[in-house]
Design a protein around this ligand. Structure first.
Ligand code: 5GP
Length: 214
C-alpha cells in the first residue's frame, strides 16, 4: 500500500520473532528489499559470522561496552539469547516512530515481552508483534545442522531455546504457521497491511476532508 494514500500517523513497531532455523532470516531479508521500513540494527556481544558487517547486520560490542549501554539505559530492551547478549537501542526506535515511519525488528521472545510490557504507552501502542512458528522440530534440527554455522554446543542450546520460544506463541497478537517462504512472506505482508488500516492509529481529524460539512 502506498503510504501517500493515507494521512500521517505514528509509526508501527513490527516485531517478528521465531526460533533460529525457522526461515525468519530469509523472510526478513525479502521484506527488507521491498517494504518501506526502517530496520532496527541490534547490538550484540556475539562474534560476527562470516559475511556479517559491523553497523549493518549488528553493532558488535564487547561485554564491557554492552554492559555500559545497559547501565546508561540506552536499550529499549535487551536479553540474553543463546549465551550472548542482544539489545535494541531506544533512541533510533523512538525517533523513527515519531517521524511516522514503521519499523521492523527481529528479536527473541524475551525482548518481545519487554516491549509488550514497556513503561512507555507510546511504545506499547506502537507494537504489532508476530510469531512465525517453526516447521517441525526435526526439520528445525536438520536445517540448523545443514547451516553448519554453530558449534555442537550452540546447536543444542538453539534447539532447546526453539522449543521454549515456541511455547510462548500465545503472547503474540499474530501467529503465522510455517509454510513455504513465499507463503510466509505473503502472510506477514497481509499483517502489515491490516495493521496500517487500524483506525485508532490515525489522528481524529485525519479524514475530515472526506466528511461533509467539515
Ligand atoms: P543470531 O545470533 O542468529 O543473529 O540471533 C539470535 C537470536 O537473537 C534471534 O532469535 C534474534 O531474534 C535475537 N535477537 C537479535 N537481535 C536482538 C535484540 O536486539 N534483542 C533481542 N531481545 N533479541 C535479539
Amino acid at each position: 500500500m502506498s503510504n501517500n494514500l493515507l494521512p500521517k500517523r505514528k509509526g508501527i513497531l513490527f516485531v517478528l520473532s521465531s526460533p533460529s532455523g525457522a526461515g525468519k532470516s530469509t523472510v526478513y531479508q525479502a521484506l527488507k528489499k521491498t517494504e518501506q521500513f526502517a530496520f532496527s540494527i541490534s547490538c550484540t556481544t556475539r562474534p560476527p559470522r562470516t559475511g556479517e558487517t559491523d553497523g549493518i547486520d549488528y553493532h558488535f560490542l564487547s561485554e564491557k561496552d554492552f554492559a555500559e549501554k545497559v547501565a546508561a539505559g540506552d536499550f529499549l530492551e535487551h536479553a540474553k539469547v543463546h549465551r550472548h547478549r542482544y539489545g535494541t537501542l531506544a533512541t533510533p526506535v523512538i525517533e523513527t516512530l515519531r517521524s511516522g515511519r514503521d519499523m521492523l525488528m527481529d528479536i527473541d521472545t524475551a525482548g518481545a515481552d519487554s516491549i509488550r510490557n514497556h513503561p512507555s504507552q507510546e511504545i506499547r501502542e506502537a507494537l504489532a508483534d508476530i510469531f512465525l512458528l517453526p516447521p517441525s522440530l526435526e526439520e528445525l534440527e536438520r536445517r540448523l545442522l545443514s547451516r553448519g554455522t554453530e558449534s555442537p554446543e550452540d546447536l543444542a542450546t538453539r534447539l532447546k531455546n526453539a522449543e521454549e520460544e515456541t511455547a510462548r506463541w500465545q503472547r503474540y497478537r499474530y501467529v503465522v504457521p510455517n509454510r513455504s517462504v513465499e507463503e510466509n512472506i505473503a502472510a506477514i505482508r497481509a499483517i502489515f497491511f491490516a495493521e496500517r488500516c487500524i483506525a485508532t492509529r490515525y489522528p481524529s481529524n485525519s479524514f475530515n476532508h472526506l466528511i461533509q460539512g467539515k
